[in-house]
Design a binder for this molecule. Structure first.
Ligand code: NAD
Ligand code: TYD
Length: 339
């Protein structure tokens, strides 16, 4: 089996590559990544010498280069992680999100149509459903929940999902889509909440909490997401959407306090800052479908996953310190400087 994994130098894609090379050592994995600010080749250093692995630096919007790679590698399955993924950046600069997340998805699927594949899998997000009110804890996102996006990021991901389903209906392309809740784990870029808080705690910097910190996210350990995608590409039904999440809803402020405690830092570091524009209140996934059809259940409890994650950031300071000492500093200053 030849699998092209796009965006494999990012957070979830790299964890998926590690997961697949271990679980299916006979598979060949080709990672295609543009290496944007969020892609980091050093993340993949442990698999670079694996004969079953190949890295190709490439933009998914570059049609000719994508077609050449398909011709050369003749892939069976495509798993598309490549995306601009940060909501805050999408609010500042929407256009790049439209190019990569929508046009890039179309280019990949056109290549699939041209060269023929067994499965195109789109890695999507629960953010396409918009948000749920805080005072209705009985409500959850199912696959039938209408698309109702809030940010340029979620709108671009929803557009891509609609295109994927259109390619299924119009061209019969064998597609599937997973919509997962917030992930955490090793190799997450320190602009996202959990690694940002860990890095700031370790550097005794203030911990920025948007608004009142009451927004709720449904956190899933990254390996559980990888396992869900592995199941869907092998056993999931074509043309279907699968929600992925583990009923682990937490308020942002509680997450930040847990980090302070785990790292022995004072909660006085917490600083309430201006809220994100259009900030979604609550995400919560109903994972009944993937459980009933594919037997998927999350395996990592939050207490264990967060401990493993914190330990990883402690053990791999060089990885994230290199990131936050570079161009990221300009981003941090512009995002948080006078917020
Ligand atoms: P990330 O930002 O860490 O990684 C994205 C990767 O895509 C980077 O390696 C980047 O270099 C690459 N990339 C960006 N533009 C590209 C382009 N034009 N061509 C080729 N490569 C390009 O993102 P992540 O958190 O790992 O998310 C991966 C996917 O999962 C995304 O599609 C995201 O929407 C989805 N998702 C993420 C979460 C989460 O909590 N992080 C939850 C649900 C779904
Ligand atoms: P984030 O990790 O950006 O993921 P998403 O917006 O895709 O859910 O943010 C998670 C939550 O944490 C979200 O409600 C915004 C909030 N947040 C902060 O309060 N402070 C921060 O510095 C960041 C990056 C996020």
């Amino acid at each position: 089996m030849n699998i092209i994994v796009t965006g494999g130098a990012g957070f979830i894609g790299s964890n998926f590559i590690f997961y697949m090379l271990k679980k299916h050592p006979q598979y060949r994995i080709i990672c295609l990544d543009k290496l944007t600010y969020a892609g980091n080749l050093s993340t993949l250093s442990s698999v670079m010498d694996n004969p079953q692995f190949r890295f190709v630096k490439l933009d998914i919007c570059d049609r000719n280069a994508v077609y050449d790679l398909f011709e050369e590698e003749n892939p069976d399955i495509i798993v598309n992680f490549a995306a601009e993924s940060h909501v805050d950046r999408s609010i500042e600069e929407p256009e790049i999100f439209l190019n990569t997340n929508i046009i890039g998805t179309a280019v990949l699927m056109d290549a699939c149509r041209k060269y023929g594949i067994q499965r195109y899998h789109q890695v999507s997000t629960d953010e396409v459903y918009g948000d749920l009110p805080l005072d209705r804890p009985d409500l959850f996102f199912t696959e039938e929940t209408p698309i109702h996006t809030s940010s340029p990021y979620s709108s671009s991901k929803a557009s891509a999902d609609l295109l994927v389903l259109a390619y299924y209906r119009t061209y019969g392309l064998p597609v599937s889509i997973s919509r997962c809740s917030n992930n955490y784990g090793p190799y997450q870029f320190p602009e996202k909440l959990i690694p940002l808080i860990i890095a700031n705690c370790l550097n005794d910097k203030s911990l920025p909490v948007y608004g009142e910190g009451l927004n709720v996210r449904d956190w899933l350990y990254v390996d559980d997401h990888c396992k869900a995608i592995d199941l869907i590409i092998h056993k999931g039904r074509i043309g279907e959407v699968y929600n992925v999440g583990g009923h682990n809803e937490m308020k942002n402020i509680d997450i930040v306090k847990i980090m302070c405690e785990a790292l022995g830092k004072s909660e006085n570091l917490i600083t309430y800052v201006a809220d994100r524009k259009g900030h979604d209140m609550r995400y919560a996934i109903d994972p009944t479908k993937i459980h009933d059809e594919l037997g998927w259940l999350p395996e990592t409890k939050f207490e264990d996953g967060i401990q493993k994650t914190i330990q990883w950031y402690l053990d791999n300071r060089q990885w994230w310190e290199t990131i936050i000492s570079g161009e990221y500093q300009n981003y941090y200053e512009s995002m948080y400087g006078d917020r």
